[in-house]
Design a protein around this ligand. Structure first.
Ligand code: SF4
Length: 361
């Protein structure tokens, strides 16, 4: 009887969201605090909303860590911060050839979006010019959708990136205004909002999300969801803390897969048409329940994260196929033209060996 009631309750909420209802704080909390026994009903109801806006499509994102470590900021979750003792690769901004190489891997990984990420408080003007000129070449050659995550941006830097063809900037709120200062002290929540404003003013899409599992409350998560709704972001990555030894948040493993799924459901129902990405920490926190995350989220990263490994791309492809979903690849002309060239040259190579390309599956 209880199960019936839960199914009816979540279905009613999903129906109201589909009709334009804005999730309330009370409803958001009730999702996060719902009984594990109701999880399948909640996911099924949430999937109705996901399906309306994105069908069975899955968008893949490929990350390139363009500059690693050496960051003067003190974000407690981050292995690249000055207060982190984690053993990670440390290097300055990658050259154009390396960034182009990353773009090629993005295409090979069926990613629709190539994310260029650099550690640091914010980029120098020289770094912005370098990224801008490289992005123009990447777009010409591969037609990939480009998202840059470079830290705090000044308005003129955002304009340079926009002029170069950058489609979107990622700058996460990470957590609520209330909890923010417990995680980082070297920049403020308002600094983050200012960068998002500069991105909006420059005419690029906003990508902003959070990290779940840093010690925040359910209310903090609801607050972030509502702040992102107010900001009108296009895309929200939901990261689940992957606790890294040597960081201030080392050995913090508070999450379980059911709670991760409830979080994704809450974000989908709070922001129904936003591209919701199950992001860092997916494999280690959702574990055997990863696939279920795509009933709420419509996108995910393929391959590795910034300083941690993801599961092999082949496993991601299989997961999407097993769900009966489909990966949506680039739709730009340059992307299609480049893919055609690759297929052609692969066919020629294979035929030289007397083997048609199809023999490689
Ligand atoms: S600003 Fe970025 S790179 Fe630097 S510590 Fe924070 S999250 Fe890490």
């Amino acid at each position: 009887m209880d199960c019936m009631l839960a199914a009816d309750r979540w279905n009613d909420l999903a129906s109201r969201v589909l009709d334009g209802h804005q999730l309330t704080a009370e409803e958001g909390l009730s999702i996060l605090q719902s009984d594990d026994d109701d999880l399948l009903d909640l996911l099924a109801a949430t999937y109705r909303v996901r399906r309306k806006h994105f069908g069975k499509q899955v968008h893949l994102y490929f990350l390139k860590n363009a500059k690693s470590g050496l960051c003067p900021e003190d974000c407690g979750y981050c292995s690249q911060s000055i207060v982190s003792e984690a053993e990670i690769p440390r290097y300055a901004m990658l050259n154009e050839a390396k960034l182009m190489e990353g773009a090629e891997r993005a295409v090979a990984s069926q990613a629709r979006t190539y994310c260029i990420v650099a550690s640091g408080r914010g980029p120098s003007n020289r770094e912005v010019d370098h990224i801008a000129s490289t992005v123009t070449k990447i777009k010409d050659k591969y037609g990939l959708h480009i998202c840059c995550c470079l830290g705090l941006l000044k308005p003129e830097q955002a304009e340079t990136l926009k002029a170069a063809g950058v489609d979107r900037i990622n700058h996460n709120l990470n957590t609520s205004r209330t909890f923010h200062d417990k995680v980082v002290s070297t920049h403020s929540y308002d600094d983050r909002l200012q960068t998002l404003q500069a991105v909006r003013n420059a005419g690029m899409e906003l990508c902003s999300g959070l990290i779940v599992g840093m010690g925040e409350t359910d209310q903090d998560l609801v607050d972030v969801a509502f702040e992102l709704r107010t900001l009108g972001v296009h895309s929200t990555p939901v990261n689940f803390l992957h606790s890294i030894d040597g960081t201030p948040l080392e050995r913090k493993w508070d999450l379980n897969p059911r709670y991760c799924l409830k979080t994704l459901c809450m974000f989908r129902l709070a922001n129904p048409s936003v591209e919701l990405r199950v992001s860092g920490g997916r494999e280690v926190n959702l574990r055997s329940m990863q696939a279920m995350s795509l009933y709420a989220a419509n996108s995910m990263f393929v391959s590795d994260y910034l300083t941690t490994k993801g599961q092999p791309a082949e496993d991601d492809f299989k997961m999407v196929a097993d769900l009966g979903f489909e990966i949506v690849i680039g739709d730009h002309e340059a992307y299609q033209a480049w893919k055609a060239t690759q297929t052609q040259s692969q066919t020629e190579t294979c035929c030289e060996k007397g083997e048609p390309i199809s023999c490689h599956g």
